[in-house]
Design a protein around this ligand. Sequence first.
Ligand code: SF4
Ligand code: SF4
Length: 300
Amino acid sequence: MIPDCLILWERSLAIDAVAQVEKILHDFWASAPGNSLQLPSGEKAWGAPRVAIARGDDPLFLRNKELIGDFLWTPAQAYALAFPHLPRPAAGQLRVISYLLPQTPETLADQRRETAMPAERWARSRFHGEEFNCELRLHVAGVLTRAGHPAVAPERLADFDYRRSPRFGLASNWSERHVAFVAGHGTFGLSDALITRWGQAVRLGSVVCRIDLPVTERVYGEDYHAWCLWHAKGTCGACAKRCPIGAITTRDGHDKQACFKYIRDVTAPYAARTYGTGATPCGLCQVNIPCERRAPTGLS
Ligand code: SF4
Ligand code: SF4
């Protein structure tokens, strides 16, 4: 027997498919116990999710592959890995649902006060919040698949991995930031983080699905840096001033190696020791900047 929720889903899909996808995300965000900083206050790890959608055959997915390395999956490659037994759809029959989870006002306020180590709430969102994000990816893919629209969260595939990009150094074979850029969420900043309509202080996730959904308008076209004040106007550089080790400069941008080393050797052990969290938190460059909670005025 087909569950009522799936019948309702199919009926309402015709009415407003994007709103249905947003509802899947929102309901899980609102009710899942995992969306928690695991503090006595019981507060959530994230603000409400926001969704943007790209076509699976958007030429920018191939452009990203050229930029980063041949190891980077296209949506069609990720789909084929997840569903080897199903007929391969044309890339244009796929949609990439990219979502973001904003940091909460409390987490932002705490992190703004820090200058060398991540705040406790920030470390908790990076650890417990990302665990929830992994649940959310699988939940969205599961609901869509059960409704007859095969869907995969590429970041959750067993083959998800990190490789060496000739141009960018260590890079994963599915980049949530690059997917979000293609989907219209925002553009890259001097610090390499994505500046979205809801700022840089967000966590990203995505799902590839065989479904017909309207695509989000990408108002910045193919400009990878349109919403960064430094790239657009030669001003700002606030993220560089926030980095305690000078891993961001207006001359060379983001020094990924130096950043990685500081996080691995200093902030991650500090967070483990002090807050009992895992993962690799830092993010000092993502707050107290003009693009913390929104794209800079006049550029987006
Ligand atoms: S803080 Fe300024 S320079 Fe840094 S990413 Fe944001 S807009 Fe660009
Ligand atoms: S995340 Fe990296 S670039 Fe940003 S403040 Fe920390 S060390 Fe600096």
